[in-house]
Design a protein around this ligand. Structure first.
Ligand SMILES: Cc1ncc(COP(=O)(O)O)c(C=O)c1O
Length: 377
């Protein structure tokens, strides 16, 4: 038996919608993207959603559209996927990292004040593994210091904390539809915002800075376009939107199934020597996008390989960014700079967690993890 690290949930219903668009004349950004954007924005209770090719594009364009650029600093976490910091560098700004809370792996909001300088423009919090950071506290701090907030909500489409939903207290929130995310079209992303001006800037920036798009020219009387800003090529296509559309209806049901599995894992691992888990906080609706365990840092990779050998799909989310060569060279960061992120990054292993997991597969994962950690850890 082998339990894959991830299996998507795409099926017949998505295929039907995909086929319909495929058999139409218009494959690129058009009506289907518009329909998806409206449905996605309304799911998140936001005024606008802008469909893009990835969350990396979403982070990059949000910073660009909000005027963050050369010479600016953007505060973020080292315990995230590399895209979070790269997006900051794409606009010519400098990532300033702040260590994480050992209990949750999320950026430690109480340490942010100490790194704010006159050059600080924005904060990018990441809701790691689907557990939201304290957005009330963060937005108070941001307001006091005149900083923008762009949420990296790639893990946290479904999240809320103390009644606040993802995107609610931010200038923009960025989502991923990458292959392993809660809804997916293989690769894709979106920004949500309540700011109409920001949304139209994003729409222009996602397509080279052109004043009209192909759908405009095709469906209406031909109009020449102007280009007055330097844009990018990040527009979502109708084909991507078609795959995503009906998945929106499944978001909560799939979240609940992941929560059920996650709680089952927690109970099963609660008294295993050599295995710890991050905390689940009260007052939080967790996306449960990932399930991670923490093992002895000296044995992490051996346990990881042993689990793979036993047929359990695994991943490491994440080794902290400041220790990658790029950031060591660009930011001068080194080991010891962010001890909590290093502690989690050296001990973490992600296990299979997705709604399509069968009960027998879940028990298989539990058995193998217990056995391997007992033997090695
Ligand atoms: C926390 C986080 N931010 C950003 C990204 C980038 O997303 P995308 O692959 O859609 O660009 C990911 C993707 O895995 C992620 O996990």
């Amino acid at each position: 038996m082998k339990v894959e690290f991830f299996r998507h949930q795409l099926g017949e219903i998505n295929l039907r919608r995909f086929e319909k668009v495929m058999n139409s004349i218009f494959l690129t950004t058009g009506e289907e993207v518009g329909l998806f954007e409206d449905k996605f924005a309304s799911y998140l209770d936001q005024n606008h959603a802008v469909g893009l090719t990835s969350a990396t594009a979403a982070l990059h364009l949000s910073l660009l559209a909000l005027g963050v650029g050369h010479g600016d600093e953007v505060i973020t976490t080292p315990l995230t996927f590399v895209a979070t910091s790269l997006a900051i560098m794409h606009v010519g700004a400098q990532p300033v990292m702040v260590d994480v809370e050992p209990e949750t792996g999320n950026i430690d909001v109480s340490r942010i004040g100490a790194v704010i300088t006159p050059r600080t423009k924005a904060i990018i919090p990441v809701h790691l593994y689907g557990q939201m950071i304290d957005m009330i506290k963060l937005s108070e701090l941001a307001r006091k210091s005149g900083l923008l907030i762009v949420e990296d909500a790639a893990h946290c489409l479904e999240g809320s904390r103390d009644g606040i939903r993802v995107g609610e207290l931010a200038d923009a929130a960025c989502f991923s539809f990458y292959a392993t995310k809660s809804i997916t079209c293989g690769e894709g992303g979106a920004v949500t915002t309540n700011d109409s001006e920001l949304a139209s800037k994003l729409r222009k920036l996602r397509l080279h800075g052109m004043s009209t798009d192909a759908a405009d020219r095709y469906t209406k009387l031909y109009r020449h376009y102007d280009v007055d800003v330097e844009g990018w090529k990040y527009n979502m296509s109708n084909l991507q939107a078609a795959l995503l559309m009906d998945q929106i209806d499944m978001i909560e049901q799939w979240r609940q199934r992941r929560e059920q599995i996650s709680l089952y894992y927690r109970a099963a691992f609660s008294s295993v020597d050599g295995l710890e888990m991050l905390q689940l906080l009260g007052g939080v609706t967790q996306s449960h996008l990932m399930f991670t365990i923490l093992v002895n840092h000296e044995k992490r990779d051996i346990i990881l390989w042993a689990l793979q050998d036993e047929g359990v799909g695994v991943a490491v989310n994440y080794r902290p960014l400041h220790l990658y060569t790029l950031f060591r060279e660009k930011l001068g960061s080194r080991e010891g700079d962010f001890p909590m992120a290093e502690m989690i990054g050296s001990r973490t292993i992600s296990l299979p967690l997705y709604p399509g997991l069968q009960d027998t597969e879940i028990d298989f994962v539990v058995d193998k993890v217990k056995k391997v950690v007992k033997r090695i850890g």
